[in-house]
Design a protein around this ligand. Structure first.
Ligand code: AHR
Length: 518
């Protein structure tokens, strides 16, 4: 090992002296301690804009394959990337949702106003049964967020009984009456959403008390233990985490909290006209946005440090229940529907963020990108019966190999991506080894102008071949459209070569690469 590292350093120095930047990467299977939970690769679908209605759930007249009103072309696309969980019904919508309005015969369900998202009329045609049917079709685990902001403890506790109890009870009877014999066994359970904001404008102290009370009556029924998820902080609000950890995990006051749900979006700088466009942005804007996106690493470290003071064994999960880029809505669309296009830039954000999550998998055990279809950083965009896969979709397709694999620590020094007087790390990487022994490395080069040369050594990995895939395009602004759906997509990667024990890689500018090493 020492000898190989010495050769590698000499090689790196030589490459530098020829004026070509080279990075010495070490992938260390000997230091592997943690598993990357598949739940890091989760998604979020809210009753917002065209995510549920005119997304998954379409009119009977829509000329696409359907089961009931669920679009099966969307189901097939999402199954391909193996989505492990789906968070629903919100978002802000969760804290004004009353589940009893969304069960029973469709024509008898009351309507409501979706006050957060454009005051549109919610007809409640997509409710508990429809969501869980969708999860069955997707072969994914549901993560339901209960209403704390405007609901009651009784309402939440009856919902759990309706979902999870198999014995004789009023809620079991009601469920059966509505056509479902067996309970579903929903385990991921959110106690409110953003209760510091749209979920009730609560202080952390008040929310901690609410959590204690609501979670006391959120019962485990035979066969299903709830994994209760508290509302976590917004971005760098470390005080929220401190107060909750102290109130909920300390000594005799300890309650069952499986995770804390942090939300962090990559928002373009506010107030600067023209910087928020999803498709029309300069390199300067790109730089600022990447800077914001990469802060996810520092934010996770900040919350983890606080959590570790109360929970050194890392039993409480840091869930990142909402993340992604939030741009201006597409011109001409309802601004409260949050419909945005999705460019190569967004794929670079997705790849970088998932690398960050993988590398923090000791604490980050679940995450959800916002939001699956037609909202924010979507995987899929639809227009009537047409559907396109976004650059972000392809990142999840490439990264699915990390799900439930052993994380392999990586060591390297990133070259700088320099713009004017500022710089950012151009390169981010994560690696894992799956149950068959295959090592997967995902690499992102955010520099839009320069490729990166890497020379890789492995510790405790025997390998003979390397194959790869790459996602890139001539411009960071490139998008897939309904007319040209195949502009940004995965292609075979030929830039990785085995030379002796070394794996040499030339990583194109603005690219996401997956390497499979056997
Ligand atoms: O994802 C859109 C909104 O962003 C969610 O409803 C809310 O939780 C967050 O502020």
């Amino acid at each position: 090992m020492k000898k190989t590292l010495l050769i590698l350093s000499v090689l790196a120095v030589n490459l530098y002296s020829f004026g070509q930047s080279s990075v010495a990467l070490i992938v260390d299977a000997g230091a592997s301690k943690y598993t990357i939970s598949r739940h890091i690769y989760g998604h979020f679908s809210e009753h917002l804009g065209r995510c549920i209605y005119d997304g998954y759930w379409v009119k009977e007249s829509m000329p696409v394959p359907k089961q009931y009103r669920i679009r099966l072309d969307i189901v097939e696309a999402l199954k391909k990337i193996q989505i492990p969980n789906l968070r629903w019904p919100g978002g802000c919508f969760a804290d004004e949702y009353h589940w009893r309005d969304g069960i029973g015969p469709g024509n008898q369900r009351p309507t409501m106003i979706n006050t957060n998202w454009g005051n549109v009329t919610e007809d409640n045609s997509f409710g508990t049964h429809e969501f869980l049917e969708l999860c069955d079709l997707l072969k994914t685990e549901p993560f339901i967020v209960g209403n704390v902001g405007s609901g009651t403890i009784e309402e939440m506790s009856r919902w759990i009984e309706y979902l999870n109890y198999d014995g004789i009870s009023p809620m079991t009877n009601l469920r059966k009456q509505n056509g479902r014999e067996k309970p579903w066994g929903v385990s991921f359970w959110g106690i409110g959403n953003e209760n510091w904001g749209c979920g009730g404008s609560m202080t952390p102290e008040y929310y901690a008390t609410q959590f204690r009370q609501y979670s006391t009556f959120a019962k485990n029924y035979p066969g299903t233990s709830l994994r209760k998820i508290a509302c976590g902080a917004s971005g760098t609000n470390y005080q929220w985490t401190e107060v909750l950890m102290q109130a909920l995990t300390g000594g005799s006051g300890r309650v069952n909290m499986w995770g804390m749900d942090l939300h962090y979006y990559t928002r373009p700088p506010r107030g600067k006209l023209g910087q928020g466009s999803a498709t029309n942005f300069t390199e300067a804007t790109y730089f600022t946005i990447m800077q914001t996106a990469l802060r996810m690493d520092e934010i996770i470290k900040g919350h983890d440090a606080i959590m570790t003071r109360y929970d050194s064994l890392k039993r409480v999960a840091l869930v990142v229940g909402e993340w992604g880029i939030w741009t201006d809505p597409e011109p001409g669309t309802n601004p409260r529907f949050l419909y945005q296009q999705n460019s190569l830039r967004d794929a670079l954000i997705a790849g970088s963020t998932l690398n960050i999550f993988n590398n923090h998998c000791d604490r980050v055990k679940m995450a959800q990108l916002a939001q699956t279809i037609n909202v924010l950083q979507a995987l899929i965009l639809t227009e009537g019966p047409k559907m396109i896969l976004t650059p972000t979709y392809y990142v999840f397709d490439m990264y699915k190999v990390h799900q439930d694999a052993r994380m392999l620590p990586v060591t390297f020094t990133s070259p700088d991506y320099v713009l004017g007087d500022e710089k950012l790390p151009a390169l981010n990487i994560s690696a894992s080894q799956d149950s068959l022994g295959v090592v997967h490395i995902t690499l992102v080069n955010i520099d839009p102008n320069k490729s990166i040369t890497l020379s890789t050594t492995f510790n405790q990995v025997k390998w003979a071949t390397v194959t790869g895939e790459v996602l890139t395009s001539p411009n960071i602004t490139d998008i897939n459209t309904f007319d040209k759906p195949g502009i940004v997509k995965i292609v075979k990667f030929d830039g990785a070569k085995k030379q002796g024990d070394l794996l040499n890689v030339v990583l194109p500018s603005k690219s996401v690469v997956l390497l499979s090493i056997k």
